[in-house]
Design a protein around this ligand. Structure first.
Ligand SMILES: [Mg+2]
Length: 192
């Protein structure tokens, strides 16, 4: 599994949703940007590290019982990882809507910022800037590159957050993405 394959899987899921919901020709970018902001907020909510008023600031896990009563096994489901890949779905969908070439999904820069709370705020800020050209009085001359630049800045922060601050490996992220992609296809089939 690699990022290009996940990008392909996202394009297939998006194409299916657009076809089945009759959304051809509709600008879905505003909805998708807001959806990503909502998922980032859900991610922060499961991470919990900013809740200084709470005695419980540990990331949330769900305990799933697998198998019958005699062979029951407990599996810890990392709710932070689940929200992280919900974000990745919308990141890849926005990349598609911005016609981002797949090689541009690999962005990396040095970051001096190692405070997770600040990274979350920076992430939300940069995602909000993707559509900021619509807020300005003076028109932006090159809207596509303005949007892509803010998108790439957000994506870079998102990677840094996942790998450096939340401690996910690429393999964990890819496995969780593939699992959630299948669930999202199933939801389309069952009229979610
Ligand atoms: Mg979610």
């Amino acid at each position: 599994m690699n990022l290009e394959k996940m990008y392909e899987m996202q394009k297939e899921l998006d194409a299916r949703i657009i076809k089945e919901k009759g959304l051809e020709g509709v600008d879905l970018l505003p909805n998708t940007v807001l959806a990503l902001q909502v998922e980032i907020a859900e991610l922060a909510n499961e991470w919990r590290g900013f809740k200084h008023w709470s005695n419980d600031q540990e990331p949330r896990f769900n305990v799933l019982e697998i198998g019958g009563t005699d062979c029951s096994e407990e599996k810890l489901v990392n709710r932070v990882l689940e929200e992280y890949v919900d974000c990745l779905h919308f990141f890849l969908s926005i990349a598609r809507q911005l016609d981002l070439p797949e090689e541009d999904l690999y962005v990396w820069e040095e970051t001096a910022e190692d405070d997770t709370v600040i990274l979350f705020s920076e992430l939300l800020h940069n995602v909000g800037l993707i559509l900021a050209d619509r807020l300005f009085v003076n028109p932006i001359t090159d809207v596509p590159s303005f949007r892509r630049d803010h998108f790439k800045a957000a994506l870079f922060i998102f990677y840094a957050l996942g790998e450096q601050r939340l401690g996910f490996t690429f393999e964990q992220i890819a496995e969780a993405y593939v699992a959630k992609n299948a669930i999202n296809h199933k939801r389309q089939s069952t009229g979610y």
